[in-house]
Design a protein around this ligand. Structure first.
Ligand code: XIL
Length: 530
């Protein structure tokens, strides 16, 4: 269905049978850029190691400038030989790429407690980083044989690092496994800046879901949206059209027009669908539900709704957010934690959550059933409250398969931008209950970032990477969905009225550091996986 909507040049671009020579030239351009990043990775490690050893900040600045100059030059040369502008648009800006990798380098080396030991680690990693990044060059130029070579090189890197780390005089330091993981994170960050492969291709390869929440009408009327969507994601969520209001506006009236559009797009493009959402007490709940006056009446609505909507697509929707935001909102206004005071808790009580899950399981035994919540990727009383809720649901035998961490970063909790370690710890906490975890609504407000947008975007790149790295470090974290794709359609503008820029693409469909942060993280996972 989507292809029918696509303009002709885009069909040419997407069709593997056509434009084969151009694709090869594009891959060659990407490979030249990644190759340059491989060298940059080792150079930046040396520069940082020297800084740690000598404390000479000026020397580091000089070396950084040199690396930057070389990348600018080699990337421009590669682009000049490319058949069209895609090599430029599919990769980061040279400056952004160097800064990004440099920040990952500093983060990794400074995580070693003693500076001289950080310096030693930097020197040890140099060559390995280069080799790991080069794996992406093989993948771009000779994908057929690349996998075997990858396995060999990765095995060698692991063995070498476990033999040579930790080193004498550095105490226990990080263990070899941690160092290896850090190395692949770094290599991924570097390769992710220059590769011309899309996020979807990488996600498919590594077996993860990277999705987008969409309004079907926006996608249908914007060809740039269509092409970005199919190139960058393998999963879809309805931003609104599968909610209670749109799907069942009256007690006996169902309406699946919007939801059907999502399903048709997903079928045409072979994408997974996350259903969002069946029972949400706070928003987009029709007035007949809001005005229910007895538990029996409300139970009747709830069972009709769940059976009607999840049943409509039984077997076709991979995961459903059966209950959304069971906790009180922290957005407006901030209130003490506890269950949301809504019509469901008022009439049915806290048991409505387990009841909803049972109804959902009965209507579609194959869908993964989730409870989705905001502000819980950061440890604290709110996360504890949610954790307890999940533990209680499992103890009561509720059919629950996973939890969704919304990740409206910077907004819930307000002005909190968690690090990778914080995200990883939070994700692991829920995964350790035997549940799947998904990051379901990723976006990152710039409200609490510097007013200079270029700087704000660079920091946002780190925020996205922190979420992606934190999720991908945990095997049960199966996917990430961003709440929109381009800044121009973000709910932070339409719903809150903010002048905001929270998504991986800018208003004109240019990739932002957030995009490269996520792509780099996926590549890191791919590199470490073999
Ligand atoms: C938002 C949509 O993005 C808006 O278009 C709509 O007006 C309100 O809802 N948490 C959720 C989502 O679970 O359903 C919300 O979506 C954003 C916050």
């Amino acid at each position: 269905m989507l292809r029918v909507l696509l303009p002709i040049p885009l069909i040419l671009l997407l069709s593997p049978a056509l434009g084969h020579a151009d694709d090869a030239a594009l891959a060659a351009c990407g490979a030249a850029k990644v190759h340059a990043m491989a060298r940059a990775c080792s150079d930046l490690l040396s520069a940082e190691a020297r800084l740690l050893a000598t404390g000479n900040a000026e020397g580091k600045v000089r070396r950084l400038a040199k690396v930057r100059g070389r990348i600018v030059e080699t990337w421009a040369k590669a682009e000049a030989q490319a058949p069209d502008s895609r090599c430029a648009t599919f990769t980061a800006s040279p400056d952004g790429a160097v800064d990004f990798v440099d920040s990952v380098v500093s983060e990794i080396l400074s995580s070693v407690p003693v500076a001289s030991c950080g310096a030693k680690l930097g020197r040890r990693l140099r060559r390995h980083c280069r080799n790991a990044v080069e794996l992406e060059v093989d993948e771009l130029l000779a994908p057929a044989g690349a996998a075997d070579e990858r396995t060999k090189v990765i095995g060698r890197i692991r063995t070498l690092l476990s033999r040579r780390w930790p080193v004498k005089g550095c105490g226990t330091g990080p263990d070899a496994n941690e160092v290896t993981r850090a190395l692949f994170r770094l290599a991924g960050a570097a390769a992710g800046q220059g590769t011309t492969r899309g996020i979807r291709e990488l996600a498919d390869q590594v077996g993860l879901s990277i999705g987008v929440a969409i309004e079907p009408g926006e996608v249908a009327t914007d060809p740039d949206y269509q092409s970005a969507l199919v190139r960058e994601s393998n999963s879809l969520t309805a931003e609104n059209v599968m909610k209670w209001g749109p799907t069942q506006p009256g007690p006996t009236q169902f309406s699946f027009a919007g939801a059907d559009q999502i399903m048709a797009l997903a079928d045409a493009e072979r994408m997974r669908v996350r259903g969002h959402t069946l029972v949400w007490g706070a928003l987009q709940l029709p007035s007949y539900v809001q005005n229910a006056s007895t538990a029996a009446e409300l139970r009747g609505y709830m069972s009709d709704h769940i059976a009607g909507v999840i049943g409509q697509y039984a077997g076709r929707i991979a995961q459903w957010d059966v209950v959304n935001e069971p906790l009180r909102s922290t957005v407006d206004p901030a209130t003490p934690d506890g269950l949301d005071d809504n019509i469901f808790t008022q009439l049915i009580g806290p048991g409505y959550i387990a009841e909803a899950l049972h109804l959902a399981r009965a209507a579609d035994p194959t869908a993964g059933l989730f409870v989705n919540e905001n502000g819980i990727a950061v440890p604290g009383p709110r996360q504890d409250r949610f954790y307890q809720l999940i533990v209680d649901l499992l103890a009561a035998g509720a059919p629950l398969d996973g939890v969704g961490l919304q990740a409206h970063v910077g907004l819930t909790p307000l002005s909190a931008y968690p690090t990778r370690d914080v995200v990883e710890t939070s994700v692991r906490r829920f995964a350790d209950l035997g549940l799947d975890v998904e990051i379901t609504e990723l976006d990152a407000t710039v409200l609490f970032r510097p007013p200079d947008l270029a700087l704000a975007f660079a920091i946002q790149g780190q925020d996205y990477r922190a979420y992606a790295d934190g999720c991908f470090a945990v095997p049960r974290c199966t996917g990430i969905t961003t709440w929109g794709l381009s800044d121009q359609y973000t709910w932070l503008r339409t719903f809150f009225g903010f002048d905001d820029y929270p998504l991986p693409f800018d208003d004109f469909w240019n990739r932002k550091p957030a995009y490269f942060g996520m792509r780099g993280s996926l590549l890191g996972r791919l590199l470490a996986d073999s």
